[in-house]
Design a protein around this ligand. Sequence first.
Ligand SMILES: [Zn+2]
Length: 875
Amino acid sequence: MKKEMEKVYNPQDCEDKIYQKWENSGFFNPDNLDLAPEAENYTIILPPPNITAKLHIGHSAMLALEDLMIRYRRMNGYRTLWLPGTDHAAIATQNVVEKKIFTATGKTRHDLGKEKFLSEVWDFVNNTQATILNQAKKMGSSLDWSRLAFTLDEKRQQAVRKMFVDMYNEGVIYRGERIVNWCPSCHSTLSDDEVEYHEQEANLYTFKYSANFPFAISTTRPETKLGDTAVAVNPKDERYAKYIGQEFTVNFCGQELKIKIIADRKVEMDFGTGALGVTPAHSMVDWQMALEENLPIIKVIDEDGKIYDGFGDYSGLSVLEAREKIVSRLRENGLMIKEETFSNNLSTCYRCDSPIEPLPSKQWFIGVDRPVAKFNGKTLKEKALEAYQKGEITFLPDRFGKSFESWMNNLRDWCISRQIWFGHEIPVWYRGEDIFVGDEKPAGEGWIQDADTLDTWFSSGMWTFSTLGWPENFPNGKKIGDLERFHPTQVLETGYEILTLWVSRMVMMSLFAIGEIPFEQVYLHGTILDAKGKKMSKSKGNGVDPLDVINIYGADALRLSLLMGSTPGNDSKYSEERVESKRNFINKLWNISRFILGGLSEEAASQDVYKIPELKTSADKWIISELNQTANFVREKLNDSSFSLAAEELYDFTWNKLADWYLEIAKVEKNKDEILSYLLKSVLILWHPFIPYVTEEIWSQFNDDLLMVKQWPENFGENNSEAVAQQALIQEIIIAIRNARSENKIEPAKKIEAQIISSEYFDFLNSQQEVIKNLKTSLANLIILPAGEKPEKAIALTAEKMEIYLLGAIDEEKEKIRLTKEKENLLKMIELLSGRLENKEFIEKAPATLVNKEKERLETMRLELEKINKLQEAL
Ligand SMILES: [Zn+2]
């Protein structure tokens, strides 16, 4: 080769240039791939990162994994589509921008007004979106940018409106008053799975509403008791049976309440007093009881977490202030019976950690238990469960299938309206009592659109098909265009923490919209923790910016460090040392390539990778056999989503078998242009999906085509068990000699001789003389004999099926000293033993076997002495 590779691989000089080359080729877009019409599809829709912030290391891991899946399939003849996009993340984004504005100007969104505030949000969104897309490119992601989508762009807005209207018309979406999880700080509802639970110490108060009420109740939230309309007791509880059905009028800390005693089997008799104050407006459970018992519903707490008007001097107080006031009044009036602490779960907002207030509110819901006509009366929940139970959707790891199932089983109606400004508008208009649900504002005066927006998961739940052109690509209920070609997708690769929030919604939405599953397999990755196993976060300061890492080590090193050692469903640790070690491997690969390319003829360099070269020596047959086995293993593991195992095997092949053994042999055997060229091309092909940049860069040194679309050969050679056994023998000899040299402290430069005695391998070993002599064994001479005896002054090595001796390795001066010492010891022992054997008492009393043993020992020692005498003479 005339061209010489740079001494050191410099990712900073290559990566952007290579990414540009890939993009310009158009091959990220499956429409440009040269494929047979019957080629199989392989589609992944990128889980859209939230545009709240730039990407973190967890996103890098996701990109590395998905790019690996896609590149591998692309190189194996699939019609591969990896579709990119970002998520508007309604509530999260609104919170971030609100905070930003407040920190900078002290103004709230209400001060700015909706229009001005939203324009600030859009500025922010456009900014972070550009950053995110650039980060994704830096990772080497082969995403089809021509199909880029955003969950809140015009097309997705159309899709969302259509979905809402269809679900409403089908009776799946309905409006109703329910207790919702309300965050007084975000000023919005949260879905059940956006609520977090923190164990805390809480006070449990036991008291009577008033002196005339016959028994006490227990609660952690006395302030909500202002809204009690009943007390529930267990029908089996003998203490209270006689009161069931009665109604009491009480004066509770200055407020008049009408309390009906009702029976409910769910009341635990041994919790508190076994009597439960029922507050329909501020508890999900109590709301349900109120519906069943037809109880009045009194709202006490408003959306700011304050007491409503009409509650005397409690009105306007915060929840905690009101609680304090009521507790002190109960104490003053002698109604407080017991105050104790116990630990319970506090519900908090997953966005801002504020305590949740359950409040009744008019909201839009998706009824997961409502019969759907087009499902022949089955519900969304039943259809989604059926898809899993029939095996249409599988999970990796398997155990998450069970989580999916149990979560689906317990799913309640999904509240989809949110009281925030940024998000999909709800396609509903009101005029007095009239409601209109449709794609656009109805004709006529006075229609006002619903002020709320949709839960962010509504639009991301539609992500697999809204990105593929639904609804235009679904005329008359038939898939056409991209939707026909790429849906259902093959894999959804995402974090296990959004299995319930996102994955399950996608299944229901896709089944409803197009009657099919959104994906065949769900691959769930774990969380990337810091080196100490802690969660990374901005506030803790242990987060890592992927771009900083890429700037130092290159994207390939980062990718490989995230791919190796990670398994589906399990968290893994990130450390810079690991990235560094992968960078070292990439340098090794570069050096291997430099060595091979440096000596390659033009002809060998341009030879076809699909033709296995002529194999001349045992080592040639062995390395091709190893390559083929490695390639088969890699293929099997990649098909199986065991990415780390695939990389580890390939790593071992490249570093140990190819570089440490075969290249060394090639230096001795020479004339290996063809096979070296073949090996390098094969290794680059196998590595490309893992570390695309460096492999493409090396490939470009001797190929005009692009590695990213180079098809994997059907097979990489033939297995050859004879050659494998022969090379194992050679390696055993060489390692034994190297070990003996180091154990005997023989200077590396010192040339020595070796003698191998083997009848079985005599011919083969004779043919391998040069290899054995030159692979860091420093042998001046090697004698191979079919039979013979141990030569004098030789070091004997342990090896199976042959004898190996090193000659000329012994330092004579040191040896003389050693022999003198050994002789002295022997003479002492001989004197002792012969003395004992001359002792008549010992001979008579000791057992005959012992006496004989001692005689044998003495004889052996005398023979040893003779040997030493001879050795000393020789010296
Ligand atoms: Zn909140």
